[in-house]
Design a protein around this ligand. Sequence first.
Ligand SMILES: Cc1cc2nc3c(=O)[nH]c(=O)nc-3n(C[C@H](O)[C@H](O)[C@H](O)COP(=O)(O)O)c2cc1C
Length: 200
Amino acid sequence: MVPKTEMDPMQKNTHILVGVTGSVAALKLPILVSELLKIPGVEVRVVTTENAKHFYNPQEVPVTLYSDSDEWQLWKKREDPVLHIDLRRWADLLLVAPLDANTLAKMANGLCDNLLTCVIRAWDLSKPLLFCPAMNTAMWEHPITAQQVDQLKSFGYVEIPCIVKKLICGDEGRGAMAEVPTIVAKVKAILSERGLSAHS
Ligand SMILES: Cc1cc2nc3c(=O)[nH]c(=O)nc-3n(C[C@H](O)[C@H](O)[C@H](O)COP(=O)(O)O)c2cc1C
């Protein structure tokens, strides 16, 4: 992973930051990033949780990938960049895909104990934040889930709802992450709505 924080003020691209968490749906990170990169005028970076790293090969992710260690490697003394603040400034849109039950709970309650949740805790609410829940059906159906999803929506975040599917664990039911084309279509629609997509 290459920790980079050069933020070019002349940069005209639309900046999409993808947050990836420890759901099995993180297997789709490489294809999700590749599809997002097809949107004209878009630049993509990824922030990963440590648990998400179990599910994808970083060599297959064709953009800069940040994780918790980058935050602390970059900051040694007072003048050094604070990565989560630089990233929330850099990003025009944050897409948390997949959003697992653990990070959902953290987001709903304001916890910020890793790079991704620090970006989210410092998020500028005037910028779009989209989230794609992904979890086992039993987790999805627990009443705490709806409460926490509602809490996120009350902040103005946009849910890309999960779908019914045969899950990797063998269960069939709601809880699978939305399909990649659905996610990309929603990102495009929000960019266009917010006037962020000069090239579409
Ligand atoms: C094989 C495997 C698959 C998992 N899939 C999911 C999932 O789809 N959704 C979910 O909420 N948690 C899932 N988990 C549990 C999370 O990885 C766990 O809650 C973890 O602490 C999440 O950490 P993070 O939110 O920091 O990424 C899975 C765990 C394992 C071992």
